[in-house]
Structure formats: structure tokens, C-alpha cells
Design a protein around this ligand. Structure first.
Ligand code: HEM
Length: 199
């Protein structure tokens, strides 16, 4: 039941967007503004980042509240974040590049924020592909090592946002503080830290 409720809540932003696109098709410009493509790219980017930060918050939240069932939702939250990132990247290909693949290389070298976004997407893809129990069993302790890719994944996503923001840094500062506080909490709970650093 809990799994289902989490799933529906995480799907809500996508359902809302589909509704807005439908309404905008009937009343052009009234729901998604004058540049509908840009609005969709930005909306999916924001949603992806918030859900990625939520996935990153699961373990600290479990430690803080003691509610263990939150941890069982981690995979689902992570997979939703990955799906929104894929939709965001796909909407960029559709609306910004109109699937002209040769422009992708130019964008790569001219706009470094695209490279940072892609770096984050690669990390998330590796984590999503190995997120099943089968892979966890097969990879044993290396699985934990691989899933530390969450740190560069969130870090690169934030770098992506810092790089592309031109004015109004309020949001990016807020997201970065969220990441910083959680990272300190996670570092604090590393076994090595609790035991004390070797001399
Ligand atoms: C291949 C990967 C990616 C590509 C090609 C890409 C592309 C873009 C583009 C073109 C923009 C709009 C820039 C502008 O209009 O000035 C954007 C904005 C954004 N992207 Fe990405 N992105 C990628 C990965 C990511 C990832 C991994 C995240 C976070 C998890 C993310 C989050 C955002 C956010 C939050 C924005 C700003 C939205 C706003 O200003 O409201 N992107 N991205």
C-alpha cells in the first residue's frame, strides 16, 4: 500500500504536465507560456533534481526518524528521479535540438553545463541498471561502491544548474545547501568517522 502511495505521488508531476500539455494544445500559449518547449525542459529538470535530492535524503531521514520503512522506498524514488532525468534530456533533444544530432556535439563543447548534465545522467544510468536484487547479489560489496555514484550524480546535477543559471541564484543555493547538509550527515555516519580516523 505504502509502495503504491509513494508511486502515485512521484508520478503526479508527470500527470500534471500531461494535463498542462493537453490544455495548451487546446488553448495555445495559455498554460505553458509562449515557449512551451522551454517550459517543459525546465519543469522536468526541476522535478528531476527535487526527486533526486529526495532519494538522497532517504538514509538520513531514516536515521533521524527511526522509521525503517522509508528505506524500502529508496529504489523507487531513485528510479523515478532517473525517469524524470531521461524525460528532461529527451525534451532537450526534441525542443532545443529538434533531433539534429550534429548540433549535439557543438552544444557539448559550447555549453559545459550540458556535459555536466550528461555526466550526472551516466552515473544515474549505471545505478538504475544495477538497482535490482539480482545485481546486488552478483556484485556483492562492489555494489555499495558503485552506488556511491550518487555523490557525483547529485554534484554534477548541481554544477549543471550553477552553470546554466544567469540570474536569481536563490533556488540553486537552496538545493546546494540541501545537498551539503545531507552530505555532512552521511559523512558523519560513515563507520570510519565513528571509529575515528587512523593516526
Ligand atoms: C544529458 C543530460 C542533460 C541535458 C542534455 C540537460 C539539458 C538542459 C537544458 C538544455 C536546460 C535548459 C537551459 C536553458 O534553457 O538555459 C536544462 C535545465 C535544467 N536541468 Fe538539465 N540537462 C541534463 C541533465 C540534468 C540532470 C541530471 C538534472 C538533475 C537531476 C538536470 C536538472 C536541470 C535543472 C534543475 C534545470 C533548470 C530548470 C530551470 O531553470 O527551471 N538536468 N537542462
Amino acid at each position: 500500500m505504502m509502495q503504491w502511495m509513494f508511486g502515485v505521488s512521484l508520478a503526479m508531476p508527470a500527470i500534471w504536465l500531461v494535463g498542462q500539455i493537453g490544455l495548451d494544445l487546446v488553448y495555445p500559449g495559455s498554460y505553458l507560456g509562449p515557449d512551451a518547449g522551454e517550459t517543459v525542459v525546465h519543469y522536468l529538470g526541476q522535478t528531476a533534481l527535487i526527486i533526486l535530492l529526495l532519494a538522497y535524503s532517504v538514509s538520513p531521514l531514516r536515521r533521524l526518524t527511526g522509521i525503517t520503512m522509508i528505506a524500502r522506498q529508496r529504489r523507487q524514488v531513485g528510479l523515478f528521479a532517473f525517469t524524470y532525468v531521461c524525460l528532461h534530456a529527451l525534451s532537450y533533444l526534441a525542443f532545443y535540438l529538434e533531433f539534429v544530432w550534429s548540433d549535439l556535439l557543438d552544444d557539448f563543447s559550447d555549453r559545459l553545463y550540458i556535459a555536466a548534465g550528461l555526466g550526472s545522467l551516466v552515473c544515474l544510468t549505471l545505478m538504475a541498471a544495477t538497482s535490482t536484487r539480482g545485481w546486488q547479489r552478483r556484485m556483492r560489496r562492489y555494489w555499495r561502491v558503485l552506488h556511491r555514484l550518487v555523490y557525483p550524480a547529485v554534484g554534477l546535477a548541481l554544477l549543471h544548474l550553477w552553470w546554466l543559471t544567469r540570474d536569481g541564484y536563490g533556488e540553486v543555493v537552496l538545493y546546494s545547501l540541501w545537498f551539503l547538509v545531507l552530505s555532512i550527515e552521511r559523512l558523519w555516519h560513515l563507520p570510519r568517522f565513528k571509529r575515528g580516523w587512523p593516526a
